[in-house]
Design a binder for this molecule. Structure first.
Ligand code: ZN
Ligand code: ZN
Length: 105
């Protein structure tokens, strides 16, 4: 009875040793996919313009007024250089629709 249990444990151990790399592989694939998505989002966030839901070109770099501290800034639309406020969305200058930050604010 006791030896049977030992064999069972050894079997489970062998199974774990044989399949542990799958967990590592899955983790690796998840990390690679997540970083690929992050790079894509970063590229979109760093792009000088984005598209509003109606298809207008919206500049994400230029002159903006911070809605928190009212500072007039020349820079990224997603972050105020003065107070450090981050903005999840900006308004399309053409139609006024909100455009979400590719980084999710
Ligand atoms: Zn500000
Ligand atoms: Zn628009």
């Amino acid at each position: 009875m006791r030896s049977h249990r030992l064999i069972l444990w050894l079997g489970l151990l062998a199974l774990y040793a044989a399949t542990a790399w799958i967990g590592g592989l899955v983790a690796l694939v998840v990390v690679v996919i997540a970083s690929a998505f992050f790079v894509l989002r970063l590229r979109r966030a760093l792009a000088p313009t984005i598209r509003c839901p109606a298809g207008h070109t919206v500049p994400t770099y230029g002159r903006f007024e911070c809605s928190v501290c009212r500072a007039q800034t020349m820079g990224s639309a997603w972050r105020c250089d003065w107070c450090g406020a981050r903005f999840g969305h900006i308004s399309c200058p053409t139609c006024g629709l909100s455009c979400g930050s590719p980084l999710g604010g």
